[in-house]
Design a protein around this ligand. Structure first.
Ligand SMILES: [Cu+2]
Length: 311
């Protein structure tokens, strides 16, 4: 009876932990941005991000098992060998078998962790042939994004202030605080995108958590990341290397759109028609807001005022 109970409780506890690790975060994680009460990673939308999250879960389970094992040992020692229960302590100092075990088993655990870890690391640095290459340059404190193969047009992405956000929100376009930017980076859906990253002043870091992309932007050097996203939408990230007083205020917004929309936007940008480019982004942003609202089971954002032209 007791044996059965023990098996049940350990299995149940582990099951509950695994369920909490894997199931709950799905409900709490935001797509492309953080969500209230989130403690897990943002919903992965690229293969790299998905694998990173899977690896994170594996390591977390290993950590929990080790912590429970050590806790169990400590409780056992406190109960079995306290002064009252064990007044005459043994003078044993060595046990070859136990010493070999507590050396070899941790090594094996590290090897088991290292194999998927290196696999993932190599995958992150595999750089499949790109369909599009963009260049991101970190400045104190905003990002310049350039499209070298599309006529080398470039623009700076600056965080929206509260008044500017309210303008967007009034149009029905979500504009999350500390994340929404004036000029979003547009990329086509289901394409391999390389991002060449550098900086003009100090080290910044170009990051989009949902893509599993995170790379330092180092002055005088070019680093790179890549992503392949199959789901349209807006994905935010923030500079992730302490870079000065406005480090927290230089977000990155990448909008993944249909190829036709992307091409239309590129033509507008090439023609330096910022008004047209803005209209294209506003149109697709409204579509994305509706899709995101439906996906999360919320009512679509209410358009409070008609779009009144271009910022
Ligand atoms: Cu920065």
């Amino acid at each position: 009876m007791i044996k059965g109970l023990r098996g049940f409780s350990l299995g149940t506890v582990m099951g509950l932990i695994a369920a909490a690790l894997i199931a709950v975060p799905v409900a709490l994680a935001g797509t492309g941005q953080p969500s209230p009460w989130q403690y897990e990673m943002q919903t992965p939308v690229s293969d790299v991000a998905l694998q990173t999250q899977g690896f994170h879960h594996i390591v977390n389970i290993v950590i929990i098992l080790i912590a429970l094992f050590v806790l169990g040992l400590m409780i056992y020692v406190m109960w079995k060998f306290n002064e009252r229960a064990n007044p005459t302590p043994s003078r044993t100092t060595h046990n070859t078998l136990v010493e070999v075990l507590w050396t070899v088993i941790p090594v094996l655990i590290l090897v088991v962790i290292a194999i998927p870890s290196f696999k993932l690391l190599y995958y992150q640095y595999s750089y499949p042939t790109p369909d599009l290459t963009i260049k991101a340059t970190g400045n104190q404190w905003n990002w310049t994004h350039a499209y070298p193969d599309q006529g080398n047009f470039s623009f700076t992405s600056v965080m929206l202030n509260d008044a500017e956000r309210q303008e967007r929100i009034a149009k029905g376009i979500p504009a999350p605080r500390l994340l929404a930017v004036d000029n979003e980076v547009l990329v086509p859906v289901d394409k391999y995108v390389h991002v060449l990253v550098t900086a003009t002043d100090v080290i910044h870091n170009w990051t989009i958590p949902s893509f599993g992309s995170k790379v330092d932007a180092v002055p005088g050097r070019v680093t790179a990341t890549w992503f392949h996203v199959k789901q349209e939408g807006i994905y935010y990230g923030q500079c992730s290397e302490l870079c000065g007083k406005d480090h927290a205020f230089m977000p990155i917004g990448v909008r993944v759109v249909k190829e036709a929309v992307f091409n239309e936007w590129v033509e507008a940008m090439k023609a330096r028609d910022r008004r047209k480019a803005r209209e294209i982004i506003d149109r697709v942003a409204l579509e994305h807001a509706k899709i995101a609202a439906e996906r999360e089971g919320k009512p679509a954002p209410v358009v409070q005022a008609q779009a009144t032209g271009v910022r």
